[in-house]
Structures are given as C-alpha cells and as structure tokens.
Design a protein around this ligand. Sequence first.
Ligand SMILES: [Zn+2]
Length: 632
Amino acid sequence: MSQANVNSLVQQENAQATEVISELLVQEQIITPDQLKHAGRVRNKLLGQRTMISVLQELQYVTAEEVRNTLRANRLSISLGSLLIELGYLREQELKTALMVQAEQPKKKLGQILLELHLLQEEKLVEVLSIQLGFDRLNPLEFQPTTESFQVASLEWFRKNNCIPLARQNGKILVAFADPLDRQQAEGARRMLGSEIIAGIARLDEIQQALNRMAGSKNRAREINHNESAIVQAVNNLITEAADTFVSDIHLEPAKDLMRVRFRVDGVLVKQKEFPLDMILPLTSRIKIMANADIAERRRHQDGRILFEYRGNPLDIRVSSYGTIYGETIVMRLLNNRNQLLDIRAIGMSPRIVERYVEDVLDAPSGVVIITGPTGSGKTTTLYASVHYLNKPDTSIITAEDPVEYLIDGISQCSINPKINVTFEDTLKHMVRQDPDVMVIGEIRDKFSAEAAISAALTGHKVLTTFHTEDSIGGLMRLMNMNIEAFLISSTVISIVAQRLLRKVCPHCAERQPLTSQQVRRLGYEPREALDLTFKFGRGCSQCKFRGYSGRIGIFELLVLNEPVKDAILAHKTSYEIRRISAKTSGLVTLLEDAICKAANGLTSFDEIIRQVPRLNKPRPLADLYSRLGAV
Ligand SMILES: [Zn+2]
C-alpha cells in the first residue's frame, strides 16, 4: 500500500466514522440535531484536524463517558484506527504510519503494531477495542480468584490461549480474552469449561497476572489443606493414643522454643512428645475449635468440651485453656475414658468394707453419703459406681453435676452451666421438686450446697455427693465448721468415704523386698511390730515402660456414723476423739491401714504410700487389719 493510498483510506474511513458516530449520538438522543449542526460548523471553522467528538465535548454537549458508553452499546462498523482518532487517542499521522507498517506485515493486527510502535498504550487499545467490538472491558485482577473452573480445565491451557474464566453469570461463565474475536480460542474455552461463555476483553498482561495469582493461590490452598489435615491428624492421634493407654489428662504446654506434651498416667505426669514452635498456634486453635472455644481469645482462660469419636464410641473430653507468657497451656481431661461404669464391688474396696458400704450405706433408705478426697483421688468413679448400683427401674435418680462426667442410662443428669444461667443454686432448688429418690449433688462447695443436701435428706431423700477433704473425719469436721447444726449433721449424714488412688506395682517386674526399720517407722509402726513386713516394688520392664507401675488401685476409709460417733458429734468432740471412737466402735479402717494391707499384698509400694496417704494415727498390726478388711 502506497502512502497516497493510505492517506485516502484514512480520510475516507475517518469521514465515515465521523458520520456514523454523529448519527448514532443523535439517534440515541445524546445530542440534538441542532447541536450536531452547530458542532459541525464550529469544527469547519477550527484550524487543524479536530474530531467531531472532541468538538462536541468542547461544546459540552457530551462527555467522554457518554460517548464511550453509547458506542459500546451499539456495535458500529467503524475501523479501529478511526475510532482511536475519533476518541482522541491517536493522531491521524500516527495512524497513517501504523498502516504503512501493517502494509509490510499484513498478518499483524493494527492494534499490535500500534503497541509495538509505542503509539498507543495497551490500556487505551483494550478500551477502544471493547468499544469497537462491543465486549465488556474486564479487569481479571478485580475478580476474586476462583479455583472452581480450574478443577475442570488446566491453568496451562488458559495461559496458552490468553484468556481466563472469572465468574459465573446467569449459568454462563464470564471469560476475559485478550482477543475476543479469536474464534478458535473462544470455542476452545467453551469446550474446556463445558459451559456457554460470556466473552469480555482484558489486557494480556492482566490475564497472565491473574493466571499466575490463581496458580499461586491454588498451590497455597493445597498447602493449607495439607497443613490443616496434618494438624487435625496430630490432634486426633494424640487423643486416640491417650485413650488407648488409659491416660486421664493430656497437657499441652508451650515453652520458649517448642510445645511439650505430657500425659497423666496413673496420676503421674509423664513426658510424651514435643511439637515444633510453629505448630503451637495451629494445634491450640484446632483443639479450641473442637471444644467450641473462642479461638481469637488467647489471653483469657477458657474451657470447653469435646465429644470425640474414639474407636466408634463417644469419648467425652473436658478442655481448659490457660493463657501463659509463651502461649496457651491446654489441658484435656478424658472423662469416661474406660468407657464403662465400674461395679461397686470392682472399685478396689476390701471385701468387708464393700459389704458394709452396700448394706449399711447404699441400701439405707435415706441420708447423705459423702465421698471425699483430693482431685484425682478417684471419688468420681466411686460416686458413679454408687449411682450405678442404685440405678434400678423403680428408682428415680437426678443429678446436678459440674460437669456431667459419665452418661448413665435411666437417670436425669444435669450439667451446671452458669454461662446459660444454669447455676448450682438454681438447680439444687429445682431438684427436690422433681420428686427423686436419689439426688446426686456433684460437689459440696459451700454452706448453701451443704444445706441443700441436708434438707433433702431430712425430707427422706438419699443424697450422694463429694467433698474435697483429706479423710473421712476431716469431712465431718468441715461440715461442722460450716456452721451447720451438729444435730442436723448427726441425723442426716450416714457415711463418709475417703479415698486415694495409688499406683499399682507392675506385676511383670515386681520384686518383694523387706522394709527397712526406718521405713517401718515412717509407716508408724515400731520395728518389732512389723518384723516380717515385706512390700513389692517394680524394677521396671518393657511392659510398664520402665516405670515399675501399671494401673492404679483405690484405698478407702469408710466411716459409717453409728450411735457413739453421732454422740461424739453432738458433744462437739475433737477430730482426734471422733477418729478414736470411730476406729474403736464403727470398724473404721484408716486410709493408711488399708494402704498397708494392699502394699503387704504386693499391690502398691512404700513410696506410693508415703507420697499420697495421710498418716494421722498409728496403724494397727497387720493381723488385726486383715480381720477387719477381709481377704484383700
Ligand atoms: Zn514392669
């Protein structure tokens, strides 16, 4: 194409464009015919080449925005070059230059040549193409990356074909193309996405950038999913491992550079494993999510509950988080870990003791039964075993617990929850109105709950409850110190059971060892009183993971209030006196005495007794104890 040809072509096309656009603006009532005539006269008088649109804008008959919108809405047969000139993005001379270049490279598109010659910014080209071709101008970077479309089509294909799916619109997929007129690409995209498409136009660099971002987020999503499932798995494994090995508590403790995990096994904390520093937050967050706690709150202490599916059975876990300087310490208590309620005869009471407990205490028609001991002494197990014994079809049992630790069929259990206004006080008031035979009050914690228990017993109910004291007489004394009338105590409390859980010597590595005279004295005996006393200890073996212990055994002190003991209470005798009277007249065997008998039978060790058992009174000789306890 010669220079002259180009000149005439451009002039011809421009004249045509001016005419078409002018007509369109009038037709669309953007301007009036009079305005158009006026603009035409002004344009002719102006020196130099001015486009009709620029004159209309100068006369303030139209805005650039109105022109673009009108043009885009009406696909016109205007050449790209003329449109660029009309819109003021290109000068006539520049277009002529580009057309000369195109004459030499006829396969190249005009737009591309304009970009290569730096005569036009890509942004402007895309805008004008969108107007010329009637495609929406899309910015792929303004769309939320969606991975949905890429599940069916490969990112690579879109990269090669310079297009990107952006969103779903009325059942079709909106796709941005660098060249929406490329039929092959449009058809390819339709097949790839398996859906009708709405084509739009976007800059090539925007499309590629958005595809890169998509690839990144796809990888990140995969990475996050991977990490998340690793965390979920780590927590699940930890709980399963703990439940498998009869662990009662899992402690997760963040330190300066790692997260330490310890298991409480048989009452003793044992180091289990460590997690790297970067897992602290995901691990604690995961556990808090499971426990329905607020994961954003990391400084306030929180608690919650997890119902974990453990080998097909529900495992109830109580979770408490405690904000420390290194992060949150989390303790998970596995509540009904062994998953079955113990028979009252299988909790470790000596034969004579369990007979008395069943006949004189549980079978009594009414009265208060208190199970006492420090945290972790096994009193909850005894409480539930007692409830289990009393749970018969003709008996109505109701509980107020904080929280419910075991679920028992056939009884009405209530978890105290001040958060939803289920307070202890309110629950105790309502319990009696439910006409129960047996009331279980989770714990006596103040005068109010003590009085609630006593007044229920006075009206003929049986009340089971727990108390946090050292031994049975201590429980009695504490009730008396709560300013509860002595006669109310003596007439309602039928029994106080004190207990501890001692570690059991591992049977696989147990060795019998005579006690030294010093050890004998520490138990409260004179050496000559315990000449042949031998206990067992565990050397440690693979069966007990070299701890020398395996499992635990309960030791019990059963106080049944008989007439002499009641008289002693009414007479406000000292604890020493009451203990002496109980031992003499009620068949009381102390915690220490029960422990010595069990140790003599090789069940627990000297160290466990010293560690856990109060030594308040001198123990009676072993032979004497055997007759009181029955064969252990
Ligand atoms: Zn062992």
